[in-house]
Write a protein that binds this ligand. Structure first.
Ligand SMILES: C[S@@+](CC[C@H](N)C(=O)[O-])C[C@H]1O[C@@H](n2cnc3c(N)ncnc32)[C@H](O)[C@@H]1O
Length: 325
């Protein structure tokens, strides 16, 4: 990187419609080029860049996966123009840098925020998105469902797209509080050939339909008030998960299903989110299947003050089915 002070500038902002079309084209170009990149954790991303000491991009994966600056001549001019039209280019110290990352999952590619995703409106995609997607495929795979599908806190739209592929939905709704997430989800869903409605709002506040399938990967980190995609509120970060689940369960159609992926803090051997959930959802209305998918995620958080009494954070998968009557 040239000099000690990083000079970064936003290029001209394209209109929303132009940017939307260009993002879909960008995804198609990446697919056409056979682009593949699995988005790792922040810690791994940082470690790999530091270990390799690489500061400028050599290929598409460096530009769209590792978020490295690149020279204009690295990419074909059509692709650079497309990035500019998508509002995805910045100038940094005389080099270009993509403001978007692209993560692959099976046949699909999802645009999300460049590394490091520190802005309050950053759009998340990471190992949790992969675990969430695997959970959905596992739970929806056996008995294909139809009706209205809702993804709460859709981010890049990964949950809605993956769930839609496992069922025959009559309507797909992708909802998020963050308008930047909805912009990217719109492009990602279009490139995946998934026709959806996009709703901005807090949880399920703006959703009225009786819902047949609800999927969600809420924010679940405690003591992180800065970023919408991480801040899970009280209950050691499980409050948002609890609120969304109770609100969505109240809007489930008879036989409706909610699939929740989240992180739960374990305190002195006890899963407090699990206890709160079972206490709040009446057994005569809902069947609940709750299990750990991974016993230990985000271990780095345990040195933060908000986790002082927490022994581990578990990734959990929760299946909530409303009884027919
Ligand atoms: C952990 S990210 C998950 C994103 C995506 N579903 C995935 O699995 O990659 C949580 C998402 O919830 C959204 N979110 C946070 N608070 C919200 C709220 N009160 N209502 C709706 N969405 C919210 C964030 O903007 C973010 O996109």
């Amino acid at each position: 990187m040239a000099g000690l002070t990083m000079v970064e500038a936003q290029l001209d902002e394209p209109s929303k419609a132009t940017a939307g079309r260009a993002r879909v084209e960008l995804l198609e170009r990446l697919k056409g080029a056979g682009y593949q990149f699995v988005a790792p954790s922040v810690a791994t991303h940082r470690r790999v860049l530091r270990r390799d000491g690489q500061t400028t991009a050599r290929d598409l994966r460096d530009v769209f996966g590792w978020s490295l600056p690149f020279s204009r001549t690295l990419l074909e001019p059509g692709l650079v123009d497309c990035m500019a039209a998508a509002g995805a280019l910045r100038l940094r110290d005389g080099l270009l840098v993509s403001t978007l990352r692209a993560a692959s999952l099976g046949q699909d590619i999802f645009l999300h925020s460049a590394f490091p995703a520190n802005a309050p409106d950053a759009v998340f995609f990471g190992p949790d998105s992969y675990r969430f997607a695997n959970f959905l495929v596992h739970e929806l795979g056996d008995a294909p469902r139809s009706g209205v599908l809702l993804d709460i806190g859709c981010g890049s739209g990964v949950g809605g797209v993956v769930a839609a592929r496992c069922m025959s939905p009559s309507q797909i709704i992708l909802a998020d509080l963050n308008p930047t997430a909805l912009d990217l989800a719109r492009a990602n869903a279009a490139a995946a050939d998934v026709a959806a409605w996009f709703v901005r709002g807090d949880g399920v506040a703006n959703i009225n339909e009786p819902l047949d399938v609800v999927v969600a990967n809420p924010p679940f980190i405690a003591g992180d008030g800065g970023r919408t995609y991480r801040d899970g509120g009280d209950l050691h970060g499980a409050q948002v998960s609890l609120d969304w689940t109770l609100a969505a369960a109240g809007k489930l159609a008879p036989s409706g299903l909610m699939l929740l992926y989240t992180g739960s803090a374990i305190v002195a051997g006890e899963d407090l989110f699990r206890a709160a959930l079972f206490a709040a959802l009446p057994a005569e209305r809902f069947a609940i299947d709750y299990h750990e998918l991974d016993p230990d995620i985000f271990g780095g958080q345990l040195s933060a003050p908000a986790y002082r009494d927490v022994e581990r954070i578990a990734a959990v998968g929760v299946r909530i089915e409303r009884w027919t009557t």
